[in-house]
Design a protein around this ligand. Structure first.
Ligand code: NAP
Length: 243
């Protein structure tokens, strides 16, 4: 069993989560990363080597989450750092949005964070130390046409962040969110050229962000030096939005 502090990163098979997993390893944590499939989980284990392993975890499935936690318990100390990173989009204008498109996004991005955070929090309370970092999005504050479901989930996560921060502050646990802007990953690959060009025009720094820039922000929030920051949302958006 590793003597390093365990960090759990959901959605670590690719994109921002994979970068966060690497940044946390570099910061000295032992990292458990999750994917929705066995091949994804194996790929995480291969990428982490001696510094962690991958697991299958499906945010919409409480039983699967309980199974994943018992696997973690069997192999390492329960995580004192949790990065609720995994998220999905199912874009549509509201008038065309199906119940399934609405529910799936809220259930994965928002309810999923609740399902993972609650059981992990017990270990942090016992240790009287912990870090919860939720992956929001700049659109959680800006709004975005065609993404009412996604934006509601991300704005909800920010409210969740603030409330939980107040509940656990006295126990040495900080709870923050990181709100990325437009970051080059599979999620943004699905945008049309026209959508990308329109977005780029609105970004004062004139470029997309990269995964490392978001990952470094998460690693900072997980560090001792960030111990006096809680209930906040750090924006990593190239100046796209300020409040
Ligand atoms: P991505 O490349 O699409 O990766 C999504 C990750 O989430 C994958 O590891 C995926 O696992 C996992 N995942 C998907 N559905 C899941 C489920 N039901 N249960 C558990 N895990 C699930 O996404 P990304 O761009 O890196 O985004 C990561 C986070 O940053 C998300 O919360 C997203 O909303 C947020 N964000 C991204 C951007 C951006 O510009 N990219 C901007 C703002 C916010 P599999 O590989 O197994 O599918």
């Amino acid at each position: 069993m590793s003597d390093r502090v365990t960090a759990l990163v959901t959605g670590a098979s690719r994109g921002i989560g994979a970068g966060v997993a690497q940044a946390l390893v570099a910061a000295g944590f032992y990292v458990v990363g999750t994917a929705t499939s066995e091949p994804g989980s194996e790929q995480i284990s291969a990428a982490l080597g001696d510094d962690g392993f991958g697991l299958v975890l499906k945010l919409q499935d409480s039983e699967n989450i309980a199974g994943a936690f018992s696997q973690i318990k069997d192999r390492v100390a329960m995580p004192l750092v949790l990065v609720n990173n995994a998220g999905i989009t199912k874009d549509n204008l509201l008038l065309r949005m199906s119940d399934a498109e609405w529910s799936e996004v809220i259930d994965t991005n928002l309810n999923g964070a609740f399902r993972v955070t609650k059981p992990i929090l017990r270990g942090m309370l016992k240790a009287r130390w912990g870090r919860v970092i939720n992956m929001g999005s700049v659109v959680g504050r800006m709004g975005n046409p065609g993404q009412a479901n996604y934006v509601a989930s991300k704005a909800g996560l920010e409210g969740f962040t603030r409330s939980l921060a107040l509940e656990v502050a006295s126990r040495g646990i900080t709870v923050n969110a990181v709100a990325p802007g437009f970051i080059a990953t599979d999620m943004t690959d699905s945008l049309t050229l026209e959508q990308s060009a329109m977005m780029m025009e609105r970004i004062p720094l004139g470029r997309m962000g990269n995964v490392q820039e978001v990952a470094a922000t998460v690693a900072f929030l997980a560090s001792e030096n960030a111990g006096y920051i809680t209930g906040q949302t750090l924006q990593v958006n190239g100046g796209l939005h300020f409040v």
